[in-house]
Design a protein around this ligand. Structure first.
Ligand SMILES: C[S@@+](CC[C@H](N)C(=O)[O-])C[C@H]1O[C@@H](n2cnc3c(N)ncnc32)[C@H](O)[C@@H]1O
Length: 176
């Protein structure tokens, strides 16, 4: 899941049915977001989101994707899996870049220890017309109520240890 803020729009890759079936608190969370006036969209692919009919004319100050991950197909340390993860992040950044307001930022929170550091998040930003404007250490305890989830596979509702992680903040090259 990632968030586009103002008023917050929450977009999900999964269908509503899969969310509710697999995540114990999904229904309650979706209701709370609706009550708060947030827009919630389902089945939005990060690779194509800028073309989504409800997003293609909108611009956002912050676009957030916590722990992007392409799934658990092979081991995290394999070149194949690392390339799949990088492809997801590149696709997300390319789309998000075109959805930013003039001074907007894209925030990606990502683990920074091996093998996750091999994704070279900063380089992926540079490749996609973005510039790193900040990196801050991420501590889950600073986000009350947030529980990071594996997000795919049989244990998709389970959390995972965050360990060392950072929030990488990008802006479009033309705006820095
Ligand atoms: C490790 S989970 C993190 C989930 C959540 N952001 C969190 O912090 O708990 C990775 C997420 O990436 C999402 N994802 C994978 N491929 C995607 C894509 N092409 N478009 C959008 N989301 C995708 C998955 O659905 C999964 O929820």
């Amino acid at each position: 899941m990632f968030r586009l803020i103002k008023y917050p729009t929450y977009i999900w890759y999964k269908t509503l049915e899969i969310l509710v079936e697999n995540y114990t608190v999904a229904e309650a969370n979706l209701k709370e977001l609706g009550d708060l006036g947030c827009t919630v969209l389902h089945q939005v692919d990060a690779h194509t989101m800028k073309h989504h009919p409800l997003l293609n004319l909108k611009f956002f100050d912050r676009i957030v994707f916590n722990f992007p991950h392409a799934g658990f197909i092979f081991g995290e340390h394999t070149d194949y899996m690392i390339e799949l993860h990088k492809k997801l992040v590149r696709g997300f950044l390319r789309n998000a870049r075109d959805m930013l307001t003039t001074n907007g930022e894209i925030h990606i929170t990502h683990k920074t220890a091996y093998p996750f550091n091999k994704w070279n998040i900063e380089e992926l930003g540079n490749e996609t017309g973005l510039h790193l404007v900040g990196e801050s250490a991420f501590y889950r305890c600073e986000y009350r109520g947030y529980i990071n989830k594996r997000g795919s596979g049989a244990n998709c509702n389970k959390t995972f240890p965050v360990g060392l992680a950072s929030t990488f903040k990008f802006a479009a090259v033309s705006s820095v």
